[in-house]
Design a protein around this ligand. Structure first.
Ligand SMILES: *[C@@H]1O[C@H](CO)[C@@H](O)[C@H](O)[C@H]1NC(C)=O
Ligand SMILES: *[C@@H]1O[C@H](CO)[C@@H](O)[C@H](O)[C@H]1NC(C)=O
Length: 244
């Protein structure tokens, strides 16, 4: 009887171990394996300082009270404090941000590939929302006032627009030391090198002129000029087919 209970326990322990064993989630966009340690960037995280040498200063960050400059095309600035800026966050699975909005400022549709976000309004009035994944693509949105908290689930496209007459200030927290951020307009129309026009005309079911207009704001970037000839060459065969 005792032996039976013991073997049962071992069986369950083994099962639990197998069921809970999995690869750790990525802490960056990708991590290509190399053998030469001298040329590594990450080992899915950072190297650790000798813990005996840690002081209060290592766990301290300041300056989030300072309003950020929102004089840009979107009228908003997100200051994300991830592990790259604040080393104490390494391995803790958290990070945070201050987001400033001018009146009418927009935090453009974007997503965080590795984290959900808790969004806490300190000042102003915002219209914030996200879109669920396929097939529903349902927009879930709400008007938010100071003291209101909204949650943006990991990986879903979300945005916030300042709909008040004053500046708006938000504090946000993320469930990753390196949540990452992909701005949808820039990723599609301002990538480096630019995406082949035929991909975009087909994806959006519009003609080349509209794609050109959508790419225009990002052309100031010199990298666009560098790649322009390459793209022309790549596009040439398709131009003969009137593909675009
Ligand atoms: C790594 O760098 C150290 C110090 O610069 C050097 O001595 C060593 O040979 C390097 N290792 C490899 C594999 O290149
Ligand atoms: C804010 O940024 C704009 C554009 O870069 C710049 O012209 C302006 O001087 C900045 N304002 C302050 C207060 O730094």
């Amino acid at each position: 009887m005792k032996a039976k209970i013991l073997s049962c326990t071992i069986l369950w322990a083994t099962f639990f171990f197998l069921a809970s064993a999995s690869d750790p989630s990525l802490l960056q966009d990708f991590c290509i394996a190399v053998n030469d340690l001298n040329v590594t960037e990450f080992i899915n995280g950072k190297f650790c300082k000798d813990s005996k040498l840690a002081t209060g200063d290592d766990f301290f960050f300041t300056g989030l009270n300072v309003p950020r400059n929102t004089s840009n095309a979107f009228g908003s600035t997100a200051t994300i404090v991830s592990v790259d800026i604040f080393p104490a966050l390494n391995t803790l699975g958290i990070s945070f941000a201050r987001i400033d909005f001018a009146p009418n400022g927009l935090n453009p549709p974007h997503m965080h590939p590795r984290a959900s976000e808790v969004f806490i309004v300190l000042e102003g009035t915002l219209y914030g929302g996200f879109v669920t994944s396929n097939p529903d693509n349902r927009l879930i949105a709400k008007i938010l006032h100071p003291g209101d908290v909204f949650v943006f689930p990991a990986g879903l496209i979300h945005f916030q627009l300042n709909v008040g007459n004053t500046n708006a200030v938000v504090y946000a927290a993320f469930g990753s030391q390196n949540p990452g951020r992909t701005d949808i307009p820039k990723a599609l129309f301002g990538s480096t090198p630019p995406m082949f026009t035929g991909v975009l005309t087909k994806a959006f079911q519009v003609d080349t002129n509209i794609i050109n207009d959508l790419q225009a704001p990002y052309r100031m970037d010199n990298s666009f000029e560098v790649y322009k000839n390459i793209i022309n060459d790549l596009q040439a065969p398709f131009k003969m087919d009137n593909y675009d």
